[in-house]
Design a binder for this molecule. Structure first.
Ligand code: IZC
Ligand code: ZN
Length: 402
């Protein structure tokens, strides 16, 4: 894919595949692309043999709640009894349980935990990852989470793109007054900007959380302050968050499982990318996995993601999500590869640096124990990576047992 911009609609079926390809890397950058035969002209100091293996761009993970304290395994039994996700939240569990844990966890422990999850993402072939705050819901803890993400970006080989999700739930102290809570979150935006702690601002637009008018007012203030916009939209109830994402020119509208016909039409005619999170449909036991197929057929650009978080999708395994996208969203392998590389990169404002192998770009490359690109969604639930290269350095190799 040499053209600029995300792949939209039918373009998502047009995957560039080279056989017998070779890649020349100098320091951290791709400097040469050609055939294996031509590669003999390169005076390489190190050669990695990819014979028989699929080689792709490093995966881009466009939606995670990376930094959090604690875990919520005890809520699994409630889910099995049929207690809905939003009901658990209403009773003070769910996101609010992670908020209590995150407030109580030290900066150093949060950093260690985030680095641990990043390590695991790297083993699965992810080389760039978006990370949201949103488990503080107060100035101090939100800034703590964002600073953890910033330090993790400096310490870890993976690149992190940071999003401020202070508007993730209404904390108990503001239960009767969501507008006052949103005003408090607006008040910390200048600090976030000054410290360069986040590029994007996100909100959870959902029944019992924030309404569409509240979300619009909040996001417009964030836009005025120079932030890019994202929205958790139309995940559980169809409130019209997809339309709002397009109206405000958000870089992405995320979830969109229950988007309306009008929302899909608007998305298809916009630059907003639909980030679809089928792992949450799976994990929350939904029958209906959403409308990604119709979105692509209408001409929209789609990315897919784990939504890695401690409540509604507890996995770092983006390869598993690729299988769910094939089986439940009925996306083709070609569409799925676009959705985890080039389109995912555009969904986090990194379309010009990540998601594609091209001369002049950073060498973020994965060698897979797979004969072709069809194989990864097909053989599900396991890790297929053989070698993961980030900025020209091997950061993971499948350990040898024999
Ligand atoms: O912790 O439950 N949907 N936010 C909106 C989430 C899921 C994360 C969580
Ligand atoms: Zn999310």
């Amino acid at each position: 894919m040499d053209k600029k911009g995300p792949a939209k609609g039918v373009e998502m079926s047009d995957l560039t595949v080279w056989n017998n390809a070779a890649i020349g890397i100098k320091e951290d950058t791709v400097v040469w692309l050609g055939s294996t035969e031509e590669a003999s002209i390169l005076e390489a100091t190190q050669t990695i043999d990819a014979k028989g293996r699929l080689v792709t761009p490093g995966l881009v993970e466009p939606h995670t709640h990376l930094v959090f304290g604690g875990s919520r395994e005890r809520e699994m039994a409630l889910k099995q009894q049929g207690v809905p996700y939003l009901e658990i939240l209403k009773q003070g569990g769910g996101i609010l349980s992670t908020v209590r844990a995150t407030r109580a966890t030290s900066y150093g422990d949060l950093l260690e935990k985030a680095l641990f999850h990043l390590d695991r993402m790297a083993t699965y072939g992810i080389t760039t990852v978006e990370a949201k705050s949103g488990y503080g819901l107060d100035r101090e803890t939100e800034l703590k989470q964002l600073r953890v993400a910033k330090e993790a970006n400096e310490k870890h080989p993976l690149d992190i793109v940071s999003t401020f999700l202070g508007a993730h739930a209404i904390p108990p102290e503001y239960k009767e007054n969501p507008e006052a809570f949103l005003n408090e979150m607006v008040e910390i935006l200048d600090e976030i900007k000054q410290e360069e702690l986040a590029e994007f601002v996100d909100i959870f637009t959902e029944t019992g959380v924030f309404s569409v008018p509240e979300s619009r007012r909040y996001l417009m203030k964030a836009k005025e302050k120079g932030f890019g916009l994202k929205i958790h939209a139309d995940e559980i109830d169809p409130l019209g968050g997809t339309e709002l994402a397009v109206e405000l020119g958000a870089v992405s509208g995320d979830h969109l499982a229950v988007a309306s016909d009008e929302g899909i039409e608007k998305l298809a005619n916009s630059d907003t990318i639909g980030v679809i999170l089928p792992g949450t449909s799976f994990y929350l036991g939904k029958e209906d996995y959403g409308r990604a197929r119709e979105m692509i057929d209408a001409g929209a650009a789609i990315a897919i993601s784990t939504d890695f978080n401690p409540g509604s999708s507890v996995t770092e395994n983006l390869q598993l999500i690729m299988s769910i996208a094939a089986l439940k969203l009925k996306l083709s392998p070609e569409e799925i590869w676009h959705a985890v590389t080039v389109n995912a990169a555009y969904a986090i404002g990194r379309g010009d640096v990540a998601g594609t192998i091209a001369v002049g770009r950073k060498a973020d490359i994965v060698l897979w124990d797979a004969p072709n690109y069809l194989y990864i969604p097909y053989h599900y639930g396991v890790n297929h990576t053989n070698t993961v290269i980030k900025n020209g350095k091997v950061i993971y190799e499948r350990p040898a047992i024999r």
